[in-house]
Ligand binder design. Structure first.
Ligand code: NAD
Length: 260
């Protein structure tokens, strides 16, 4: 890809989002970071990426439960970069509990952050991408966008929803050079996965070590975690001209999980 691109990656202060943002920066693209965390840590990450790759890296702390803040995030990126060419809808949270005990506020938060925020951010960039005849929207869904697991009702609903949303955006962008794809990772060792191990242990009556071996790695035939670098590299490919005819697809990076 020779053209300079400008990207917004939601939820990129940690985990997969940070991996994707790092891969974009290494490709020479400007990046707007977003997400929560310690201000000085975020600033150190931002400054280090900018210095290492000689591109612009900015940060905006928009809360993905707030449509006004999501629109302001896109506006800030457009003002700083001139335009947004790539949007990665990545921010997400998880909660593990049987449906009869599932807290209603957790359901609402998961649907808002993991699904509805992608609508607001995509809506804010879509007209500009269509007008310019180029755009890439990449939704970080999950293997749980394609298959279910017990005790993850809100997450599985949100991730199946975002796979459907991906297909609709792909159809609407198809004649305008705008592609939309979902990436469906299996288990990636990030804070999101590490945090659910104790709850999964409780819900399944297992030890935490048993959860890692019998639930997490058991799901993946390769018996290995997916890495954020592998997802970042694939996102760079999806943003390239070589991927112009790849749209509306849900791409598994899951060590064979969904093939079973
Ligand atoms: P993570 O906890 O490491 O990172 C989540 C990011 O989202 C952080 O930057 C966090 O600050 C941000 N975030 C959370 N709530 C937010 C809010 N209200 N507003 C703005 N930002 C917010 O998690 P991760 O594992 O890197 O997950 C990233 C995405 O990948 C999620 O959508 C997740 O569902 C998906 N995913 C993760 C895995 C996995 O195994 N880790 C597998 C499949 C899909």
């Amino acid at each position: 890809m020779t053209r300079p691109l400008n990207a917004v990656v939601t939820g990129s202060t940690s985990g997969i989002g940070l991996g994707v943002a790092t891969a974009f920066a290494a490709a020479g693209w400007n990046v707007m970071l977003n997400g929560f965390g310690e201000a000085d840590q975020i600033e150190a990450t931002r400054a280090a990426l900018e210095k290492k790759h000689g591109i612009k890296v900015l940060y905006n702390g928009a809360d993905m439960t707030r449509p006004d803040e999501i629109r302001a995030l896109i506006n800030a990126a457009e003002e700083a970069f001139g335009q947004v060419d790539i949007l990665v809808n990545n921010a997400g949270i998880q909660h593990v509990a049987p449906v009869e005990d599932f807290p209603e506020e957790k359901w609402d938060a998961i649907i808002a952050i993991n699904l509805t925020s992608a609508f607001h951010a995509s809506k804010a960039v879509f007209a500009g991408m269509k007008k310019r005849g180029f755009g890439r929207i990449i939704n970080i869904a999950s293997a749980h966008g394609l298959v279910a697991s017990p005790f993850k009702s809100a997450y599985v609903a949100a991730k199946h929803g975002i796979v459907g949303f991906t297909k609709t955006l792909a159809l609407e962008g198809a004649e305008h050079g705008v592609t939309c794809n979902a990436i469906c990772p299996g288990y990636v060792k990030t804070p999101l996965v590490e945090a659910q191990i104790p709850d999964t242990a409780k819900a399944r009556g297992m030890s935490e070590e048993e959860v890692v071996q019998k639930v997490i790695l058991e799901a993946q035939p390769t018996k290995q975690f997916v890495t954020v670098e592998q997802i970042g590299a694939f996102a760079v490919f999806l943003a390239s001209d070589s991927a112009a005819q790849i749209t509306g697809a849900a791409h598994q990076i899951d060590g064979g999980w969904v093939a079973k």
